[in-house]
Design a protein. Sequence first.
Length: 467
Amino acid sequence: SLCQDILVDIDKKHNSTNWLYQVFQFALSKSFPEAADLSVKDISDNCRKAFLFYLEILRVILKFQKSSGDPTFHGKYPLNFLTSEEKSKLENPAEYKRFLKALNDEYIYEMMKLSQEVLKFNTLDHICGVNWITLFIGRQLYNLGLPVDLGRISGAAAGHDIGKYGCKDIEAERTPYLHYYYTDMWFKKHNISYIGHIAVNHSVWDLELENLPLESLILIYSDFRVKNTNNGPKAEMRIFSLKDSFQVILDKLDNVDEKKRKRYYRVYEKLKDFEDYMINLGVNVDVENKEISSSKKDRKPHYPLMQGQEVIQNIKFLSIEHNINLMHELRDVSSLNSLLELARSEKDWNNLREYLQIFNEYSTYLTQKQKMITLRYLYEQLTHPEDEIRRRSAKLIGLLITSFDEDYRKEIPQNVTLKPPAITSVNLLERYLKYFLQPDHKKIALHQSRITNSTENMISSLFSNCR
């Protein structure tokens, strides 16, 4: 009502009584045009100016609300981002800046707020809560010296449910399953791959993978704790403890039988181990007590004095810490290249064997680009003087070729066909068979012989790992 007279004055031909809905549809069309009722092409210039004017005014008001401390969920847990100082310390700030620019250009926050007003869904409450916990915990872990990328967790937390706004009306009932696809499409559209990968894979079922990066663990943990107290029009968003949230989600799961209950309990236990690990470090997980820990807990574990359950707990903590550090080394192409350079400079073949074991165990979590880089390195090792290194390298090549194709594990909408990949495992097999059977003529005869003789190990591994 504050802007209605001005909107009418800007667009005299469009004397609408439903401005709010139309502004929402206009904002939605910027990010998800296929989900919007309003086509941007059909909007007059004056109408577009009116909508943009309203969105700019709303942006100013919402910015004030974030700092006003009002009792709403948005006021209590405002959707804030990294500070200028935190941005300056990011390892790769370019992707985070692209994310913030996309949010700003497409009026994403304003669109979410209008959606809540018009459609009465409280998705934005959930996003605000998840973002708050994620940054609250992420900053503490960062201060404790853990290798957490604050840019990735900030972007992933704010954008993890953006795909819910991309679901069409006929897909409303499948929104909990389809929103991962639309979230993925939004991040890919803006070339935000690393943040997008974490944002898309935030389901508790993603915990069934053996190892996940720290950023994914933080987001899944945070998402797990922010839930509606009940369903329907009286739904109210709350931040629960991990234990209480487990029961809330269990009550809402579709078609729960004993098998699904046990499966769900296993992933809950992983989250519980992660929470215990953070508490052991001195992290405050109680968001109501908003005191952020800023220094490492001064506690050196005395392993020889431990007994029973304490021993088991600390073995878990060491395992979690090991996986966090190793996944950090494999976080992107640049970090993988650094790890491979260390492996290339290794003179002791026993240490080199440990590197190969890492690639064997963690190959599942490499991107296709990382797998291709690793394949080139492994092919180099086929000329190594030690037979054990050549054998392991050949077998790893077979494993990587077999696992190269990425299964899209999220549900896709009807009538949607995923684009075929630029390169497949079959293409790689053809390429590497040629490399094995017809080594480069520039290589000496001994090296050519070693490469050709490794073919059997590669093929054997290929077939033994086929699904």
